[in-house]
Design a protein around this ligand. Structure first.
Ligand code: AMP
Ligand code: MG
Length: 441
């Protein structure tokens, strides 16, 4: 359900995140094939339809025995053989043994399996090398999962192991929360789609690609609407089209310029505003509202600001709509590598590079923090959160950092290059960002 509460003042970063999360709910659910459920969120509890294993079976290739027959030095004639896949097993006669393969049903009377490596077979007779304990190397009927046990819980993100367990009970489909279709609208007269049209004064519409990629990256379905021109009619038409989706994202046109039409156009078509602006940089012009159950995110136009605000404000909401419970990127403790100055009033999401030293995570500014600087975001491993009420941050003090991309983060795990990322950063040598203090605008 969409929250009807109206924000009366510009919310802080944290307030904005919570206003958005309060306004969205998980979507309805759908059945998908087992494999397609990977990474999706289960919408139901799934009970085991039967107990498993379904029959007592051998955990080893070896010899089925009665433990009482296995005094040290005992020699047991091999009376029979049960391969894996056998549907019946012979009865074990006292004083003998049955050769058995892993997974094969245990013979009646048998209470232990002696693995090949603990026995010696000569001319059809088995001599035991080690003492035998009753019940050893037998997987007993029902000892793993009992009928009715929950094998997949509502809210659980489906992993390969879940798919394997569901398949082991004959599962063919999984019921998961639906993925939102997310309409993406770029706005602005300066935008063009093709390089042929890239005359001075024009800019390629890169936001549609970045935001579509970010939508897909978090598991939702991007629907690109194209470009709304800087006139009310064009905005209204495209925005109305976007309201048919499960969520709508616009970029640009939310600042104070006289051509920034998004907020008014949204109000005209009945989108209820929850907040206009957030006390955070980058991202201060971000607006959020709703139309029925469709959340509407209006992100700033600068490519860096639109991606960071997507990460902080849109992604948690989309994750919640897809049934996820853990929707916020956690802040990890890190040590500031250099002094940082910022203005007061707004919190700051400082793009940083990270390095592990002596077991601690260290954060350095990834470069110029102006939102026009794409290279700094290309280079960044994380954003560090600098609270609104402070202006000076000193090298050595603790800050919270959110990883932007686990796979590319410049983190090392021991000296093994396959466990560490040492790919050189995009655009500039990392060392240039280490020296001196930095000013965050
Ligand atoms: P605005 O929020 O409309 O003031 O735009 C801020 C900046 O972002 C301007 O330099 C725009 O040219 C740029 N910008 C806006 N939309 C896009 C887009 N879709 N792709 C790339 N840059 C954009
Ligand atoms: Mg504009």
């Amino acid at each position: 359900m969409i929250n009807r509460q109206k924000a009366v003042r510009t919310p802080s970063f944290e307030e904005a995140v919570h206003l958005i999360l309060d306004a969205v709910s998980p979507l309805d659910c759908e059945s998908v094939s087992l494999l397609d459920s990977l990474g999706r969120v289960s919408a139901v509890d799934v009970p085991a339809p039967w107990s498993t294993p379904r029959y007592d079976n051998s955990a080893m290739d070896g010899f089925a025995v009665r433990a009482v027959d296995c005094a040290p030095g005992a020699a047991l004639p091999i009376a029979d053989y049960v391969p894996a896949g056998a549907t019946a097993s012979p009865v074990l006669n006292p004083g003998s043994t049955v050769k058995i393969m892993t997974g094969a049903p245990i013979p009646d009377n048998c209470d232990a399996v002696v693995p090949f490596e603990a026995a010696e077979e000569v001319n059809g007779v088995v001599r035991l090398k080690k003492p035998v304990i009753a019940r050893q190397h037998i997987r007993f009927k029902g000892e793993d999962i009992s009928a009715g046990d929950t094998i997949l819980s509502e809210g659980h993100v489906v992993r390969p192991v879940d798919i394997g367990v569901l398949a082991s009970f004959g599962g063919k489909i999984t019921v998961v929360y639906r993925q939102p279709k997310v309409a993406i609208l770029s706005t602005g007269d300066e935008l063009v789609e093709n390089t042929e049209d890239l005359v001075p004064g024009k800019v390629l519409d890169s936001n549609r690609w970045a935001i579509a990629a970010a939508v897909r990256d978090c598991g939702a379905i991007p629907v690109v609407l194209g470009i709304a021109r800087d006139d009310v009619q064009s905005h209204r038409e495209k925005l109305e089209e976007g309201l048919h989706a499960d969520a709508l994202i616009t970029t640009a046109g939310v600042s104070a310029g006289d051509r920034d039409l998004v907020r008014d156009a949204l109000a005209e078509i009945g989108v209820r505003s929850v907040f206009r602006g957030v006390r955070v940089k980058p991202g201060s012009p971000t607006c959020f509202g709703s139309h029925g159950n469709t959340p509407v995110f209006s992100l700033p136009g600068n490519p860096v600001a639109s991606l960071i605000t997507f990460e902080e404000f849109v992604k948690p909401a989309l994750l919640k709509m897809m049934g996820h419970r853990r929707v916020l990127n956690p802040f990890l403790p890190a040590v500031l590598g250099a002094n940082i100055q910022k203005s007061s009033g707004n919190a700051k999401l400082l793009r940083v590079i990270l390095e592990q030293r002596d077991g601690a995570l260290w954060a350095w500014s990834a470069g110029p923090q102006d939102t026009g600087m794409q290279k700094t975001l290309l280079r960044a491993d994380a954003v560090a959160f600098l609270p609104a009420d402070r202006m000076s941050f000193t090298a050595g003090e603790k800050v919270g950092v959110q990883l932007l991309n686990q796979l590319n983060a410049h983190l090392t795990y021991g000296n093994d290059p396959l466990r560490s990322s040492k790919i050189s950063p995009s655009c500039a040598p990392r060392s240039i960002t280490r020296s001196g203090s930095g000013r965050a605008t």
